[in-house]
Design a protein around this ligand. Structure first.
Ligand code: HEC
Length: 133
């Protein structure tokens, strides 16, 4: 906890950036200050939160539907509309929740700005053939 004291001690200025971050989704989701990619972030996020159930290589799917797997960026791209709906809009995935707000913001940014999902709309994505709608 010493680092906190150090920050407090030499701060002195209000950090205006922190409040901007709280504003989820309504503004430009691409402007998070961190340009997410599959390699620098999304793969790790999915490994942490999703692949224990949604992977071709998992030992126990915990009843996650067959074929709903997110091992590669192509697979995630295929499922981006239901993923957006489940993880961002409804927050029903991952089961049990527990995703940090910052991670949700970055995940939305990834789905919208990297994979080009039209954010906000549920089952709006007519250019995928995932068969989920
Ligand atoms: C503990 C296991 C588990 C984890 C972890 C998990 N899921 Fe699921 N997922 C399921 C199960 C079980 C279903 C089927 C039942 C349901 O849809 O609620 C499912 C269904 C889905 C579906 C199908 C559409 C839907 O909403 O029914 C999507 C998309 C999905 N999950 C995305 C994700 C994403 C994205 C993550 C990580 C952020 C994730 N899941 C993490 C177990 C899991």
């Amino acid at each position: 906890m010493l680092w906190m004291l150090a920050i407090l001690a030499c701060g002195g200025q209000e950090t205006t950036n922190d409040t901007a971050k709280q504003d989820t989704g309504t503004n430009d989701a691409c402007d998070t200050g961190f340009a997410v990619t599959w390699d620098n972030w999304a793969h790790g996020f999915l490994t942490t939160y999703c692949l224990s159930c949604h992977s071709e290589n998992t030992d126990d799917r915990h009843d996650a539907p067959e074929g709903v797997d997110f091992d590669t960026e192509e697979m995630v791209d295929q499922w981006k509309a239901p993923i957006y709906n489940a993880a961002i809009t409804q927050e029903t995935m991952p089961i049990g929740g527990g995703v940090y707000e910052e991670d949700l913001i970055l995940f939305e940014s990834y789905l919208r700005c990297v994979l080009g999902h039209e954010g906000g709309g549920i089952n709006n994505d007519t250019d995928d053939d995932s068969g989920m709608d």
